[in-house]
Ligand binder design. Structure first.
Ligand code: FMN
Length: 187
Protein backbone atom coordinates (compact mmCIF):
# COMPACT_ATOMS: atom_id res chain seq x y z
CA UNK A 1 0.00 0.00 0.00
CA UNK A 2 1.04 3.59 -0.55
CA UNK A 3 0.07 6.40 1.79
CA UNK A 4 0.28 9.84 0.20
CA UNK A 5 1.00 12.62 2.67
CA UNK A 6 0.46 15.60 0.37
CA UNK A 7 -2.58 17.79 0.97
CA UNK A 8 -2.71 18.33 -2.81
CA UNK A 9 -4.88 15.74 -4.54
CA UNK A 10 -3.44 14.66 -7.89
CA UNK A 11 -0.13 16.33 -7.13
CA UNK A 12 3.43 15.21 -7.65
CA UNK A 13 3.57 12.96 -4.60
CA UNK A 14 0.44 11.14 -5.63
CA UNK A 15 1.74 10.76 -9.20
CA UNK A 16 4.99 9.26 -7.95
CA UNK A 17 3.23 6.96 -5.49
CA UNK A 18 0.90 5.75 -8.23
CA UNK A 19 3.90 5.04 -10.48
CA UNK A 20 5.34 2.94 -7.64
CA UNK A 21 2.06 1.06 -7.24
CA UNK A 22 1.83 0.48 -11.01
CA UNK A 23 5.33 -1.00 -10.97
CA UNK A 24 4.40 -3.24 -8.03
CA UNK A 25 1.21 -4.35 -9.79
CA UNK A 26 3.29 -5.32 -12.84
CA UNK A 27 4.95 -7.85 -10.52
CA UNK A 28 1.54 -9.39 -9.84
CA UNK A 29 0.59 -8.02 -6.43
CA UNK A 30 -2.50 -6.22 -5.15
CA UNK A 31 -2.02 -2.54 -4.44
CA UNK A 32 -3.91 0.19 -2.65
CA UNK A 33 -3.45 3.95 -2.27
CA UNK A 34 -4.54 6.09 0.66
CA UNK A 35 -4.57 9.88 0.21
CA UNK A 36 -4.28 11.64 3.53
CA UNK A 37 -5.74 14.71 1.79
CA UNK A 38 -9.08 12.91 1.83
CA UNK A 39 -8.77 11.76 5.43
CA UNK A 40 -8.65 13.30 8.83
CA UNK A 41 -5.70 12.15 10.93
CA UNK A 42 -5.22 14.47 13.88
CA UNK A 43 -1.83 14.71 15.58
CA UNK A 44 -0.92 12.52 18.56
CA UNK A 45 -1.74 14.39 21.78
CA UNK A 46 0.58 12.26 23.92
CA UNK A 47 -2.22 11.04 26.21
CA UNK A 48 -0.37 7.68 26.23
CA UNK A 49 -3.63 5.84 26.85
CA UNK A 50 -2.74 3.52 23.92
CA UNK A 51 -0.21 1.89 26.25
CA UNK A 52 -3.10 0.76 28.47
CA UNK A 53 -6.00 0.33 26.05
CA UNK A 54 -3.96 -0.79 23.00
CA UNK A 55 -6.16 1.57 21.00
CA UNK A 56 -6.01 5.22 19.94
CA UNK A 57 -8.49 7.36 21.83
CA UNK A 58 -8.73 10.00 19.06
CA UNK A 59 -11.68 9.20 16.82
CA UNK A 60 -10.99 10.00 13.16
CA UNK A 61 -9.84 8.19 10.00
CA UNK A 62 -6.65 6.88 11.62
CA UNK A 63 -8.14 3.59 12.79
CA UNK A 64 -9.07 2.43 9.28
CA UNK A 65 -5.69 3.42 7.84
CA UNK A 66 -3.83 1.69 10.68
CA UNK A 67 -5.80 -1.54 10.11
CA UNK A 68 -4.86 -1.48 6.42
CA UNK A 69 -1.20 -0.90 7.34
CA UNK A 70 -1.31 -3.93 9.63
CA UNK A 71 -2.77 -6.07 6.83
CA UNK A 72 -0.26 -4.87 4.20
CA UNK A 73 3.00 -6.71 3.52
CA UNK A 74 4.64 -3.54 2.23
CA UNK A 75 4.04 0.09 3.14
CA UNK A 76 5.12 3.08 1.05
CA UNK A 77 5.02 6.46 2.75
CA UNK A 78 5.18 9.38 0.31
CA UNK A 79 5.50 13.07 1.12
CA UNK A 80 6.45 16.36 -0.46
CA UNK A 81 9.08 18.47 1.28
CA UNK A 82 7.48 21.27 3.31
CA UNK A 83 10.00 23.69 4.82
CA UNK A 84 12.70 21.06 4.74
CA UNK A 85 10.51 18.40 6.34
CA UNK A 86 7.80 15.80 5.80
CA UNK A 87 4.23 17.19 5.90
CA UNK A 88 2.25 17.41 9.14
CA UNK A 89 -0.21 14.95 7.60
CA UNK A 90 2.35 12.16 7.22
CA UNK A 91 4.00 12.96 10.56
CA UNK A 92 0.65 12.73 12.37
CA UNK A 93 0.19 9.26 10.89
CA UNK A 94 3.75 8.22 11.75
CA UNK A 95 3.42 9.38 15.35
CA UNK A 96 0.13 7.65 16.01
CA UNK A 97 0.88 4.49 14.03
CA UNK A 98 4.28 4.16 15.67
CA UNK A 99 2.95 4.44 19.22
CA UNK A 100 -0.04 2.19 18.59
CA UNK A 101 2.19 -0.38 16.92
CA UNK A 102 4.38 -0.48 20.01
CA UNK A 103 1.33 -0.76 22.29
CA UNK A 104 0.16 -3.75 20.25
CA UNK A 105 3.50 -5.60 20.32
CA UNK A 106 5.30 -4.04 17.34
CA UNK A 107 2.87 -5.03 14.62
CA UNK A 108 4.98 -3.72 11.73
CA UNK A 109 7.98 -6.00 12.44
CA UNK A 110 9.42 -7.49 9.24
CA UNK A 111 7.09 -5.64 6.91
CA UNK A 112 8.83 -3.95 4.00
CA UNK A 113 8.93 -0.15 3.95
CA UNK A 114 9.61 2.32 1.17
CA UNK A 115 9.88 6.10 1.31
CA UNK A 116 9.15 8.52 -1.54
CA UNK A 117 9.89 12.25 -1.43
CA UNK A 118 9.14 15.09 -3.84
CA UNK A 119 10.92 18.42 -3.58
CA UNK A 120 11.02 21.58 -5.62
CA UNK A 121 14.62 22.30 -4.66
CA UNK A 122 15.95 21.25 -1.22
CA UNK A 123 15.32 19.26 1.94
CA UNK A 124 14.72 15.96 0.21
CA UNK A 125 17.40 13.85 1.92
CA UNK A 126 16.40 14.89 5.43
CA UNK A 127 12.75 14.25 4.58
CA UNK A 128 13.51 10.81 3.17
CA UNK A 129 15.37 10.07 6.40
CA UNK A 130 12.26 11.00 8.40
CA UNK A 131 10.30 8.31 6.56
CA UNK A 132 13.05 5.69 6.70
CA UNK A 133 13.72 6.32 10.39
CA UNK A 134 10.10 5.33 11.08
CA UNK A 135 10.53 2.05 9.20
CA UNK A 136 13.81 1.27 10.96
CA UNK A 137 12.36 2.14 14.37
CA UNK A 138 9.52 -0.29 13.75
CA UNK A 139 11.75 -3.22 12.80
CA UNK A 140 10.75 -2.99 9.18
CA UNK A 141 13.04 -3.82 6.27
CA UNK A 142 13.93 -1.16 3.74
CA UNK A 143 15.15 -2.12 0.25
CA UNK A 144 17.27 0.05 -1.99
CA UNK A 145 16.69 1.19 -5.53
CA UNK A 146 18.79 2.55 -8.36
CA UNK A 147 19.16 5.89 -6.53
CA UNK A 148 17.59 7.55 -3.50
CA UNK A 149 13.82 7.60 -3.96
CA UNK A 150 13.46 11.32 -4.55
CA UNK A 151 12.09 13.29 -7.48
CA UNK A 152 11.75 16.97 -8.30
CA UNK A 153 8.76 19.07 -9.27
CA UNK A 154 6.84 22.16 -8.27
CA UNK A 155 3.55 22.52 -10.13
CA UNK A 156 1.16 19.59 -10.33
CA UNK A 157 2.49 17.07 -12.86
CA UNK A 158 6.02 18.50 -13.06
CA UNK A 159 7.43 15.34 -11.54
CA UNK A 160 6.79 13.26 -14.66
CA UNK A 161 9.56 15.26 -16.35
CA UNK A 162 12.01 13.83 -13.81
CA UNK A 163 12.32 10.53 -15.62
CA UNK A 164 15.17 9.28 -13.45
CA UNK A 165 13.17 10.08 -10.30
CA UNK A 166 10.10 8.23 -11.58
CA UNK A 167 12.20 5.21 -12.56
CA UNK A 168 13.91 5.23 -9.17
CA UNK A 169 10.60 4.91 -7.30
CA UNK A 170 9.38 2.29 -9.76
CA UNK A 171 12.53 0.25 -9.17
CA UNK A 172 12.08 0.57 -5.42
CA UNK A 173 8.52 -0.76 -5.68
CA UNK A 174 9.68 -3.75 -7.71
CA UNK A 175 12.41 -4.40 -5.14
CA UNK A 176 9.81 -4.23 -2.38
CA UNK A 177 7.79 -6.97 -4.07
CA UNK A 178 10.95 -9.07 -4.58
CA UNK A 179 11.84 -8.67 -0.92
CA UNK A 180 8.34 -9.43 0.35
CA UNK A 181 8.36 -12.67 -1.65
CA UNK A 182 11.74 -13.63 -0.18
CA UNK A 183 10.56 -12.88 3.35
CA UNK A 184 7.36 -14.88 2.87
CA UNK A 185 9.18 -17.74 1.15
CA UNK A 186 7.22 -17.33 -2.09
CA UNK A 187 9.21 -18.54 -5.17
C1 FMN B 1 4.14 24.99 2.46
C2 FMN B 1 5.11 24.46 1.44
C3 FMN B 1 6.44 24.34 1.78
C4 FMN B 1 7.38 23.86 0.86
N1 FMN B 1 8.67 23.71 1.24
C5 FMN B 1 9.58 23.21 0.37
C6 FMN B 1 10.95 22.98 0.76
O1 FMN B 1 11.34 23.22 1.90
N2 FMN B 1 11.80 22.48 -0.17
C7 FMN B 1 11.41 22.21 -1.46
O2 FMN B 1 12.22 21.76 -2.25
N3 FMN B 1 10.12 22.38 -1.85
C8 FMN B 1 9.19 22.87 -0.97
N4 FMN B 1 7.88 23.03 -1.35
C9 FMN B 1 7.49 22.64 -2.72
C10 FMN B 1 6.84 21.25 -2.78
O3 FMN B 1 7.63 20.28 -2.14
C11 FMN B 1 6.63 20.85 -4.24
O4 FMN B 1 5.80 21.81 -4.88
C12 FMN B 1 6.04 19.48 -4.42
O5 FMN B 1 6.03 19.15 -5.78
C13 FMN B 1 4.62 19.41 -3.87
O6 FMN B 1 4.16 18.09 -3.99
P1 FMN B 1 2.57 17.79 -4.29
O7 FMN B 1 2.32 18.20 -5.72
O8 FMN B 1 2.43 16.34 -4.05
O9 FMN B 1 1.80 18.61 -3.31
C14 FMN B 1 6.94 23.51 -0.45
C15 FMN B 1 5.59 23.66 -0.79
C16 FMN B 1 4.68 24.12 0.13
C17 FMN B 1 3.22 24.25 -0.25
Amino acid sequence: MAIVGSPRIGGNTEILASEALKAAAEEGVETEMVRLAEKEVKPCDACLSCRVTRDCRIRDDFQGIFDRMVEADGIILATPVYFGSATPQIMALIDRAGYLSMARGRVFENKVGGGIVVARRAGQNFTLAQLIFFFLHQGMIVPGSTYWTIAFGREKGDVVKDVEGVNTVRNMAKKMVWLIRKIKGID
